[in-house]
Write a protein that binds this ligand. Structure first.
Ligand SMILES: [Fe+2]
Length: 484
């Protein structure tokens, strides 16, 4: 998934005002950009032509927690769409603390601007836009909902939109200089990219080195689980071990894991080549599909990875995806994201990050971890439960504003009494998301029903009537047996 875990702050890089998480190339660019004041978008209107298609346009966006995001975004303007950049600046965001916003003034037409908007959204959060003819590109399109998958096979259309691919590693990645590792990563990426819904997940013959790396992670984490993991995790891990041949000296196959989850909660696994955008990843959850990496972290440091790998997925996520209440919680976040605005998706993704990835719960008066980012990281798992970490009650309205830190410990963790409680809170939060319709998952057809007219709502009412009839019948039979 798009979040990461790590083994401590030694390589940490938080997204703050001192260090934007930028590459060297971006830092130089950023210095250049900071030399002049940041004008308001309105100031550029004098320079625009209202009658001709081409003119000056302005875009304001903020960076996501993605290394190299600024360079990627700017390349989209110049190299891929041949839009001439006239002026670039950065400023501290007034909307979200400690984030920076990038202002780009460019020379383009509405069509180009429309295209760039679609591409930009994969890498950055677009905040404001001002088009050449003083109109937003295709205003009706801007108002209409973003595309989302309606049936499970539609995931084929978005599961390959990865933000990073295969051997495309950052310079500070442990495997950056290892050509054998990079080739192996490309192998896994190619497998995932050619995967289609319904295919069996390719079985992997893991190398001795990969198994050894997995073994270290498995052994060390298992020492902590009895005292640090939540009871649902401790209940499901032995089942996973039993049914999927999970051992210190054997990395389980995703196909076996997927079959196991399908029987437990209806979740299935889909291999993915790298990071997906929050929108695409959350869309998978709506169909109870978990996008899962299949490669193993670099062997030079088994207890550190700058990105999700199969150790994180299998030991962090899978045991809880086998828990019905957790599966339901995950799916509801996914359903809430379908067709939501970028801002709403970002809020949902942040809530996901601080629950499914870094969530804590209270059990028998003690703190326990249920977040996969914690359950797959020895040092952060210890830290979160050490008594020294800052812990707040989970409240989606507060949590959604918290900064997600991707390569060091979180500043704060959020605790829930139970998944049930977290689900109820998320459900209430989802109601505040502006969307001109509701959605309902249809498990028979593995599709999403969009409830936006009386006919579609009537269908649901009919189904509910039938379910209530069943419950009434079951109750009356029970009463007869009990002689009530
Ligand atoms: Fe994850």
């Amino acid at each position: 998934m798009y979040s990461t875990k790590n083994e401590g702050p030694r390589r940490g890089r938080s997204f703050d005002s001192m260090n934007l998480g930028l590459t060297l190339e971006e830092k130089q660019l950023n210095n250049e950009m900071n030399k002049s004041a940041f004008p308001k978008i309105e100031e550029n209107k004098d320079n625009k032509s209202a009658s001709t298609e081409r003119g000056r346009a302005a875009v304001v966006f903020s960076l996501k927690n993605e290394v190299g995001g600024l360079v990627k975004a700017l390349k989209l303007f110049q190299q891929e769409n041949h839009i001439n950049l006239v002026h670039i600046e950065s400023r501290k965001s007034k909307r979200r603390n400690s984030e920076f916003e990038i202002f780009v003034d460019c020379d383009s037409n509405r069509e180009q601007l429309h295209e760039i908007l679609q591409l930009l959204r994969k890498h950055v959060n677009v905040l404001e836009m001002d088009a050449p003819d003083n109109r937003l590109p295709e205003e009706s399109e801007m108002e209409s909902m973003p595309w989302f998958p309606k049936k499970i096979s539609d995931l084929d259309k978005c599961a390959n939109r990865v933000l990073m691919y295969g051997s495309d590693l950052d310079a500070d990645h442990p495997g950056f200089k290892d050509n054998v590792y990079r080739k192996r990563r490309k192998y896994f990426a190619d497998l995932a990219m050619s995967y289609k819904h319904g295919d069996p997940i390719p079985r992997i013959e893991f190398t001795d080195e990969e198994v050894k790396t997995w073994g270290v992670v498995f052994r060390e984490l298992n020492k902590l689980y009895p005292t640090h993991a939540c009871r649902e995790y401790l209940k499901n891990l032995p089942l996973l071990i039993k049914h999927c041949d999970v051992r210190e000296d054997n990395i389980p196959q995703l196909e076996d894991i997927s079959r196991f989850l399908k029987e437990r909660t209806g979740f299935t696994i889909r291999p993915v080549a790298g990071y997906l955008s929050p929108r695409d990843f959350l869309a998978g959850l709506a169909f109870r599909v978990f996008h899962c990496t299949q490669y193993v972290r670099h062997s030079s440091d088994p207890l550190y990875t700058p990105e999700p790998d199969t150790c994180h997925e299998l030991l962090g996520h899978v045991p809880l995806l086998a828990e019905p209440s957790f599966a339901q919680f995950s799916q509801e976040i996914g359903l809430a994201s379908l067709g939501a605005s970028d801002d709403s998706v970002q809020k949902l993704a942040t809530c996901y990050f601080f629950t499914v990835e870094f969530g804590l719960c209270k059990q028998e008066g003690r703190l326990r971890a249920y977040g996969a980012g914690l359950l797959s990281s020895i040092s952060e798992l210890k830290h979160a439960l050490s008594g020294n970490a800052r812990i707040l009650p989970f409240d989606p309205n507060v949590t959604c504003k918290q900064e997600c830190i991707i390569t060091t410990f979180q500043d704060v963790y959020f605790v829930s009494d139970s998944f049930e409680e977290a689900k109820v809170k998320m459900r209430e939060f989802a109601k505040t998301i502006k969307r001109p319709f509701s959605v309902r998952y249809n498990p028979y057809t593995q599709s999403v029903d969009v409830l936006k007219d009386t006919a579609s709502i009537n269908n649901v009412v009919e189904e509910l009537r039938h379910e209530l009839d069943l419950i009434g019948d079951a109750l009356s039979r029970l009463n007869m047996q009990l002689g009530v």
